[in-house]
Design a protein around this ligand. Structure first.
Ligand SMILES: Nc1nc2c(ncn2[C@@H]2O[C@H](COP(=O)(O)OP(=O)(O)OP(=O)(O)O)[C@@H](O)[C@H]2O)c(=O)[nH]1
Ligand SMILES: [Mg+2]
Ligand SMILES: [Zn+2]
Length: 286
């Protein structure tokens, strides 16, 4: 058996990057029976068949798995949005950050692309909301802004670009890797949304030990899969969670709440308000 990594999947076949090159593999029926889905990014053991194809025998334990896009063992998630064209949706951005936090992704970075189109006030609004919590990179593929910062950031990592359709994920990857030539698409004039140009999740080798995943844009994201500990996924809340009087404190009406004590200090009022908004949405649904 040899070890490799799934870089692409098409119609039940998987392409595995191994020391012997890229090998096309099918999977054992037992996976389907046990509802195990091989996922882009998985490390696998495969056995070789005579025709230079192979069979995935085993999926090795995953470090993490993102569900939008579905990809595993990632080191870095670049949550990509634009401020206009399409307009930024902070609810969706928050949900994506929550999702990334819930999967223990070590490096979560916000990338605001198309900053050639945005005005300074809007840029500062986003900067203020997330400063001291997440690194934020402002980029423009049109004016070649921030591309080198992105390159440095992703070096020696497996990085996924995620975000709504039309914000320029594929364009950013093309700017980082001019030889790749991913398809990019226009924005629909009528609804100011992307047209879902990228259809596939694929692991692209950028340079040594460095991989990039382009992914299809999404327009909504459900966080229904979360348990009720939403506070854990607000990164800057985490260090204070043990200090509330009640161990199951929701940080709304409870007395001696360490989170509320921090508002205006190490937690911004705006982030706290975003927390209560998402929490009440979650409670309404249950
Ligand atoms: N003004 C401006 N336009 C950009 C920039 N980056 C990308 N675009 C344009 O935005 C449109 C969408 O870009 P894509 O790269 O296809 O967007 P995407 O996020 O990959 O979209 P999906 O694959 O549908 O999820 C294209 O017309 C790009 O030329 C930028 O920095 N500034
Ligand atoms: Mg794309
Ligand atoms: Zn509390």
């Amino acid at each position: 058996m040899i070890k490799g990594r799934i870089i692409k999947g098409i119609g039940g076949l998987y392409f595995i990057d191994t020391e012997k090159g890229i090998i096309e593999c099918s999977v054992r029926g037992i996976f389907r029976k046990n509802k195990i889905t091989p996922t882009i990014g998985d490390y696998v053991n495969i056995s070789l068949l005579e025709d230079n194809k192979g069979i995935i025998e085993e999926i090795l334990e995953r470090k993490n798995i993102l569900i939008r896009p579905r990809v595993s063992n990632i080191d870095c998630a670049i949550i990509t949005f634009s401020i206009i064209s399409p307009n930024i949706n902070i609810d969706l951005l928050d949900k994506f950050l929550i999702l990334a936090e819930s999967q223990n992704i070590e490096n979560v970075v916000i990338c605001i692309n198309k900053c050639d189109l945005a005005n300074e006030d809007d840029i500062n609004m986003v900067k203020d909301l997330y400063k001291n919590i997440y690194p934020i990179i402002f980029t423009s593929t049109k004016e070649n802004i921030g591309i080198n910062d992105l390159k440095n950031l992703i070096d020696k990592k497996v990085t996924v670009f995620a975000g709504p359709s039309g914000v320029g994920k594929s364009s950013l990857i093309n700017a980082i890797l001019p030889n790749i030539c991913l398809r990019t698409g226009d924005i629909s004039k009528k609804i100011e949304r992307g047209k879902h140009t990228t259809r596939q999740v694929e692991l692209l080798e950028a340079w040594e030990h460095t991989y990039i995943v382009d992914s299809p844009g999404f327009t909504s994201l459900s966080i229904d899969f979360l348990d009720d500990s939403l506070d854990n996924y607000f990164k800057e809340f985490r260090q204070y969670l043990g200090d509330c009087k009640f161990y199951d404190c929701k940080h709304i009406h409870e007395p001696n709440c360490a989170i509320k004590n921090q508002i205006g200090k190490n937690i911004s009022e705006e982030r706290y308000n975003r927390y209560t908004k998402i929490l009440s949405e979650m409670l309404e649904r249950n």
